[in-house]
Design a protein around this ligand. Structure first.
Ligand code: FPP
Length: 241
């Protein structure tokens, strides 16, 4: 489908999906009900992204600090991730959506790792939207890890560092975020994509994640196009006639 926005440059949007617990508590429901509703919001957002000109969507599903939560909630989140992948993978294949993951895998269960690998393999050919789910992710740990590998392997400069952060020495650079969205009313980055967000436009909305949908993503993208991105330079002068 053609993008709603005329600007041709595809966007990398990243989302901190916050507010599941408060949304559920406000209804007298357990926090896990909020996470389940959050999975529905995720599905809606993935469906809406391509027609809004978003070609990469990076989602914060579980931070390395989320291990501090009660084990029942951690278990429910992991089960939800596994169920989501089982249910959504074939739909992603049909719709040209590639699924990838960021974060550590060595603390995830074997069954979660298998579900992740199977989703990555099955959707590897998707070229309409690249969805990246951050699980057991910490930007500071990712930066430390890249710096450690680079120190052993070669010259440290921005270019090499950006490649190391993406996982390799010769591959792609870590994807710069254009638009960072955080739902749920809080206004912080919570250790998410700290390098990649160096020049991201930040968009905070009070909408709780379970209520987020296509109209909210469109509002965020519209706001992005109203901003002037100068990257430390000066505003462009209109061309002299
Ligand atoms: C933050 O809200 C949300 C999370 C820690 C989990 C995000 C998970 C989902 C959106 C579920 C679906 C994800 C996948 C990948 C299937 P919070 O619980 O901290 O909310 P609160 O600030 O209101 O307590």
């Amino acid at each position: 489908m053609k993008s709603t926005f005329s600007n041709p440059k595809p966007l990398h949007a990243a989302i901190i999906m916050d507010g599941n617990g408060r949304w559920a508590a406000a209804r007298g429901w357990p926090r896990t009900a909020g996470h389940r509703a959050g999975a529905d919001a995720l599905r809606r957002t993935v469906e809406a992204a391509p027609s809004l000109g978003v070609s990469m969507l990076t989602l914060y599903a579980f931070s390395s600090d989320n291990w501090k939560r009660p084990s029942a909630e951690v278990g429910a989140l992991m089960n939800l991730l596994q169920t989501y992948l089982h249910k959504e993978t074939s739909r992603c294949v049909e719709n040209g959506v590639r699924i990838g993951f960021l974060g550590r895998r060595d603390r995830l269960s074997l069954s979660i790792c298998a579900a992740i690998e199977s989703a990555e393999n099955a959707t590897a050919g998707g070229d309409r939207l690249h969805v990246r789910i951050a699980v057991d992710y910490s930007a500071r740990d990712a930066i430390l890890d890249a710096a450690t590998r680079l120190r052993a392997a070669g010259e440290i400069n921005r270019e090499n560092f950006a490649r190391a952060l993406a996982g390799g020495r010769d591959g792609p650079r870590a994807a710069e975020v254009d638009l960072l969205i955080r739902t749920g009313g809080e206004q912080r980055l919570s250790d998410f994509l700290l390098w990649e967000c160096a020049y991201a436009e930040l968009y905070f909305t009070p909408v709780m994640w379970p209520e987020f949908g296509a109209a909210d993503l469109e509002a965020a993208v519209s706001e992005y196009y109203r901003r002037e991105r100068r990257f430390g330079g000066l505003a462009l002068e209109p061309a002299a006639s």
